[in-house]
Design a protein around this ligand. Structure first.
Ligand code: ATP
Length: 518
């Protein structure tokens, strides 16, 4: 059995080998934590974005989309707090010269303690079998209790240091916990310093006096500064939402784990504006809806969990992450935040404009409160890839790699193949392809044996292969081969369209989600 780390490495190389993700500017040895999506990857990514966009804007009459520019007036970032506070605490190891996020080093230490507890629990579960009472074991086993005490104390100390922005204390925790650099193995650490994550550049020629502008670190601010524009021109009534998909940039200190942490990435964000005092009810609503959205894809309900924030940003009054079980543990894919009226109030203050909403039902004006749902396209892409990648042993000693992608997201929906390259079969196959290609992304393949062609489609996650053989010319039936089961059916050509549509049409997911809203 491959370890999780080996599996992850295989997924990364599979992504490259089959045209999903390439390192950026690879011929120049790449650029740290920047990636390009290839011919398969872009389709999968577009399908993810479409699923999100439609779930927001089709399913909700009161959510509209925008596409704001990446560059924004620099005061935006002063108002939002990013210039002063969008920092990560960094620490260097003097021997390896490697840089780390101090908070991440401590979080990893916490995860290690949790792992030790889990190991004890699993060992005992094996020993006691059916009669095992996990809760009782956790409460009474001395070793588990000792680990738990350690965990709780460390956790409390860490949360306090983060809340107080106490950099010295963070360093002291790293020393006290005897955390070593994974590269040098030493504890020769520098001080902890704050590091601003925004990329800056200059706009305008220097003769005119260039202005320092930032590449946006989140798409949300483009929504806030357009609140009045959209509300007025769209005659939107609170509660309503504005959705946006776009690039964001962060100069991440430690960029690891492939597309999980990139310096240029894409976000899908929706800001939902509500009456003051109603935000926590809407927060619960959006938590549930977003989890339903994830689960509807069928990647496995047990792969998700909520992680409530203990440390709230100064403007938030509730926050949670939706975490997904990646090969490297449960990791944040989406954040749901109750941001109060902080952003709109700040922009009102810095711009001198009144940013309020007149509520005709209450007959009063107020600054709406905001619930934000913010998901990274690339992290979503990674969670889909990680859950889809499978290596299977087949009968007869053969094996295959298959991407069991949700058919709705699969880059190619169907591949049409003539059994042989002669006898009029390619012409018939082209005819079938022409029938399908404007409704479903359809590929054509006539090279190599049928077995090899099936494997190629398995590896990119194509749910259906359609083979044209000599009988097709007389009975107008084709062989449909299903990716996951490898079962084959003989199907009349005129039934192909509805068979494929049933599996790949996102409308079925929208209907299910719409029901969950009632
Ligand atoms: P983390 O704690 O992992 O750095 P975050 O809490 O800073 O993430 P948010 O600011 O809440 O992230 O951003 C919302 C979403 O944007 C995240 O849930 C994630 O999916 C995505 N995201 C954030 N930073 C990155 C990144 N460097 N690379 C890829 N996706 C990212």
């Amino acid at each position: 059995m491959a370890t999780q780390e080996e599996t992850f490495k295989k997924i990364v190389s599979h992504c490259k080998e089959y045209g999903f993700v390439f390192p950026s500017s690879e011929i120049y040895d790449g650029l740290g934590a920047v990636y390009d999506y290839g011919q398969q990857g872009v389709e999968l990514k577009n399908n993810i974005k479409r699923y999100w966009w439609d779930a927001m804007t089709l399913l909700h009459e009161n959510i509209v989309g925008i596409d704001a520019a990446i560059f924004m007036h620099p005061t935006t970032w002063k108002a939002s707090g990013h210039v002063d506070a969008f920092n990560d605490p960094l620490i260097d190891n003097k021997d390896s010269k490697k840089r780390y996020r101090a908070d991440v080093l401590i979080e990893e230490q916490l995860a290690k303690i949790e792992e030790k507890i889990q190991k004890e629990v699993e060992k005992a579960r094996k020993r006691f079998g059916d009669s095992f009472d996990e809760q009782m074991f956790r409460q009474t086993n001395p070793r588990v209790q000792e680990h738990q005490k350690h965990f709780d104390a460390l956790h409390e100390r860490f949360a306090k240091a983060m809340n107080d922005n106490d950099l010295e204390q963070l360093r002291q925790i790293i020393l006290d916990e005897e955390i070593v650099c994974p590269i040098s193995g030493t504890r020769n650490w520098t001080e902890v310093r704050q590091f601003n994550l925004m990329f800056a550049t200059e706009m305008g020629s220097t003769a005119d006096g260039a202005m320092k502008v930032y590449l946006r670190p989140e798409t949300a601010q483009g929504i806030f500064v357009n609140f009045l524009n959209v509300q007025k021109t769209g005659r939107m009534k609170v509660p309503f939402g504005i959705a946006q998909i776009g690039k964001a940039f962060r100069n991440e200190i430690v960029a690891r784990q492939f597309v999980f942490r990139m310096r240029e990435f894409e976000q899908m964000e929706m800001q939902f504006f509500v009456r003051p005092g109603e935000e926590l009810r809407w927060f619960e609503h959006w938590k549930q809806f977003r989890l339903n959205w994830h689960k509807a894809l069928g990647l496995g309900d047990d792969k998700y969990r909520f992680h409530d924030h203990e440390k709230l940003a100064h403007y938030a009054n509730a926050a949670t992450d939706i975490e997904f079980l990646m090969p490297f543990g449960f990791k944040e894919v989406e954040g749901i935040h109750s941001r109060t009226n902080f952003d709109l109030s700040q922009h009102a203050k810095y711009s001198g404009k009144k940013i309020e909403y007149f509520d005709p039902e209450l007959n009063e004006s107020y600054t709406p409160y905001v619930i934000e749902t913010s998901i990274g396209v690339d992290r979503m892409f990674l969670s889909v890839m990680c859950s889809a990648y499978k290596e299977e042993q087949l009968e007869g000693g053969d094996s295959r790699v298959v991407l069991s992608l949700p058919p709705v997201l699969a880059p190619t929906k169907v591949c049409v193949m003539p059994l042989v390259k002669k006898d009029g079969l390619p012409e018939k196959a082209r005819e079938v392809m022409d029938m399908l290609k404007f409704d479903f992304r359809t590929a054509y393949d006539e090279k190599d044996s049928i077995g090899k062609r099936y494997r190629r489609q398995d590896a990119i996650g194509t749910p259906f292969c359609v083979t044209i053989d000599h009988d097709t010319l007389t009975d107008n039936c084709v062989t449909v081969r299903y990716r996951d089961t490898m079962a084959q059916d003989r199907v009349p050509v005129e039934e192909l369209h509805s068979l494929i549509e049933k599996a790949v049409d996102p409308k079925q997911l929208y209907r299910r989600l719409a029901q969950s809203l009632q």
